[in-house]
Design a protein. Structure first.
Length: 313
């Protein structure tokens, strides 16, 4: 999809007729003052990637993990100003917004490094295996959890196996671990599992952090939906795994069968998004690379994943 140029004008979306329920970036640029945003309005970035327009003063984002070979955009963030102006990022790149709205989006998603968290971990990682990559290989999507804790509940509807929750919990454990075969970097990030739920509202803010299953196109393995307030704090995160994938591997064994997708590896990746890590695309080594293949075990935080979580929390 072609990039949409940043807008130099300052349109208002607060008056006029209601917007369509689904808008493309080009339509948003074109409607100007003639369109009033509705609560259910979403921005469709690609056929299988759309993000709901958030409440005024907030950022909503969606991040997709795809199977190897998928080339479509994998992440989008939308900011909504008090007067209805929008700013949009696609795969981390600014693509739409007035100077004021784009500036607000950048400010909210900016996260200073934790005091004392420097990249002096490099000597500890120097002897790590090649597949660990570099300690510099991480990126942030924006927003952190208050008290460094991500609380979540689980919806088991349409789960592929009875041990799916166990696999997902291991994913959260791996992303919050201080140490892996790739080194050590202390983090205060914690996962707080709070039991089961019947909530089922992926992509729609309902003031509950839900992890569960939803139907996506087969190239998508998992999706993380996040909402960040104007102060840069995460206020809701939902994670959904694809229930249309029929070859999930939910076992604890580190040997993932050929032709099956490792749920623990996918959960580790999605939990990373839940805490605020973004896709890292310059190397395929990190857990946060935007695609993963069948038969691949990628549960262990690589050097960049370790450093990224240490810097965030």
């Amino acid at each position: 999809m072609p990039a949409v140029a940043l807008m130099s004008t300052t349109p208002s979306f607060a008056a006029g007729v209601r917007c369509d329920s689904t808008l493309s970036p080009n339509e948003i640029k074109a409607v100007g003052i003639s369109c009033r945003l509705a609560p259910e309005t979403v921005v469709r970035v690609a056929q299988d990637l759309e993000v709901a327009v958030p409440e005024p003063g907030m950022v909503a984002m969606v991040q997709l993990l795809r199977t190897h070979g998928s080339a479509s955009p994998s992440a989008a963030s939308v900011y909504r100003a008090a007067d209805g102006q929008l700013a949009l990022r696609i795969d981390g790149e600014p693509t739409l917004g007035s100077t004021a709205a784009a500036g607000a989006l950048n400010r909210i998603l900016a996260k200073p490094e934790r005091a004392g968290a420097t990249k002096t971990q490099a000597p500890l990682l120097a002897a790590a295996p090649t597949w660990c990559g570099s300690y510099t290989q991480y990126a942030f999507s924006g927003g952190v959890w208050t008290n460094s804790t991500y609380p979540w509940t689980y919806n088991s509807k349409s789960q592929p196996a009875s041990d799916a929750l166990q696999a997902i919990q291991y994913g959260f454990k791996f992303i919050t671990d201080d140490t892996s075969a790739c080194g050590t970097d202390w983090t205060a990030a914690t996962s707080d599992y709070r039991g089961s739920t019947t909530r089922y509202t992926w992509g729609t803010r309902d003031y509950g952090n839900v992890v569960g299953w939803a139907g996506f196109d087969p190239p998508i393995l998992g999706a993380t939906y996040s909402w960040v307030d104007g102060s840069g704090f995460r206020v809701e995160v939902d994670i959904a795994f694809n229930n249309r994938i029929t070859n999930w591997f939910t076992g604890l064994s580190g040997t993932v069968p050929s032709g099956r997708y490792d749920l623990i590896s996918v959960a580790t990746h999605e939990a990373g998004h839940g805490f605020g890590l973004a896709h890292y695309t310059s190397s395929s080594y990190p857990v946060m690379y935007p695609t993963i293949g069948a038969g691949v075990n990628k549960r262990v935080k690589r050097s960049g994943d370790l450093t990224g979580m240490g810097v965030l929390y």
